[in-house]
Design a protein around this ligand. Structure first.
Ligand SMILES: *Cc1c(COP(=O)(O)O)cnc(C)c1O
Length: 436
């Protein structure tokens, strides 16, 4: 279906693009040239050319305490001088042990398995769930996920994610997954009860088939369009999963570490999953690292004299000490000032109340630090809606970096964002709205 452009990249561009780099999620034939960033401080990115930009999406949802944070930088530098990397089979180290204790405490899941990013944290959760049933001698094959889900770009993560433009070339290689509707909601949504009821009916039907695991993004689907559900819906899922004895995987790669206004979305929703995938904010957004948390019960299913019980999975950089040091420093900062994430929702609300009356704005929603709305515009819904790039361009001209998901405009700023900076974000949105 898709045709590869005949022109070489160079001939399609004014200016120049680096000849050796291949950026992610970018169609180079039509994308604007990237801007060179030379440094960052707090919520600001400093460009080689132009005024500083407010990083209103936390650099793809990772930057937690702001750029160039001195505590984070010092923790990483100190660890780099002590021990930068060591094989994590046969050896262990203090930063990993400390992180294991702390994450176990705050997630309520006793065991920590390290990997490198959000996708691998999800892959590991899926593999643990499937092998756990296998190890029990009662293998189960069905996996249930939600419409609109995004769990990463590796094959297993793609398989549980929504099938779309991104996964189309790989369709035949993705394992089958059972789907439940995602009853996303917004302010003054009158259809939410109905949507939740019909989603739960589908779930109930599917759970009649023996199921290895149900995977969800608790409270908030990120890449699926900042689609939020009520805590009561997440509770209803957790309860059903528990009743039929299957496993619940919470993908908190985005929602973890304060993003939804509590330590974890699961905590805010009042549920306890069996497995949890974490990354992004884990290291304060400073270094790539993923972890999969598992309950002690799940972990026990892998212990025994038979080698076949072992979780035969691992990555070269497992438990990288620099990543662990960053994660521990990030937890220190979160513990020192939980108001930074607990109070963010209220800050958004004040601005959203203003936006509410705007004729081009609909479906306003907010969960913790994440605020979103839909544009009332014509054209394709979804990632390729052209209104997104227009909003992005105008906001950029006003010093704010946004990256709408199609017709969904959202703010997901670092916790350190000041009142004045947040105000500038909303002002840039108002100005950009006038331009679409
Ligand atoms: C970003 C994301 C992932 C994938 O993480 P990567 O580090 O990009 O591989 C998985 N799940 C969710 C919910 C995400 O937002």
């Amino acid at each position: 279906m898709a045709k590869v452009a005949k022109e070489t990249m160079a001939s399609t561009e004014a200016g120049s693009r680096h000849p050796n780099l291949w950026p992610p999620f970018t169609q180079l034939a039509s994308a604007a040239l990237p801007q060179r960033i030379v440094s960052g401080e707090g919520s600001l990115l400093f460009r080689e050319q132009g005024e500083p930009l407010i990083d209103a999406i936390s650099s793809w949802w990772v930057t937690l305490h702001g750029h160039g944070h001195p505590v984070m930088a010092a923790a990483i530098a100190e660890q780099a001088q002590r021990l930068e990397q060591v094989i994590f089979a046969d050896f262990t180290h203090e930063p990993a042990e400390r992180l294991g204790e702390r994450l176990s405490e705050i997630t309520g899941l006793q065991r920590l398995f390290f990997s490198d990013n959000g996708s691998t944290a999800v892959e590991v959760a899926l593999k643990i769930a499937c092998q756990w049933w296998h190890n029990q001698g009662t293998p189960r094959h069905q996996i249930i996920a939600f419409d609109g889900a995004y769990h990463g770009d590796t094959f297993g993560a793609m398989a549980v994610g929504e099938r779309n433009l991104f996964s189309e070339p790989f369709e035949t290689k993705l394992f089958p997954v059972a789907r439940v509707p995602w009853p996303s909601t917004w302010w003054d949504d009158e259809t939410v009860d109905e949507k939740e009821q019909s989603a739960l009916q589908v779930l109930d039907q599917l759970l009649e088939t023996p199921t290895a695991a149900v995977i969800l993004e608790p409270l908030l689907q990120g890449a699926g369009g900042m689609a939020m559900v009520r805590p009561a819906f997440v509770q209803a899922i957790a309860q059903r999963v528990k009743e039929c004895g299957t496993l619940l995987i919470a993908d908190e790669v985005l929602t973890g570490f304060g993003r939804t206004g509590d330590w974890f979305a699961c905590r805010r929703a009042g549920i306890q999953p069996d497995l949890m995938a974490l990354s992004k904010g884990l290291t304060g957004g400073c270094l790539p690292m993923g972890v999969t948390m598992a309950s002690e019960r799940i972990f026990r299913g892998f212990i025994g004299q038979d080698p076949a019980l072992t979780l035969w999975h691992g990555h070269s950089f497992t438990a990288n000490p620099l990543g662990c040091a960053a994660a521990n420093a990030s937890l220190d900062l979160l513990e020192d000032n939980p108001e930074a994430f607990r109070g963010f929702e209220q800050r958004h609300r004040q601005h959203l109340e203003q936006l509410k009356r705007h004729p081009k704005v609909s479906r306003i929603r907010v969960t913790g630090t994440v605020a979103a709305f839909d544009l009332n515009v014509q054209g394709t819904s979804g990632y390729l809606n052209p209104a997104g790039p227009t909003i992005k361009r105008i906001a950029m001209e006003h010093g704010v970096f946004l990256r709408p998901l199609g017709q969904v405009v959202y703010l997901l700023p670092p916790l350190c964002t000041t009142d004045e900076q947040l105000e500038r974000c909303y002002a840039a949105i108002e100005t950009a709205l006038a331009g679409v």
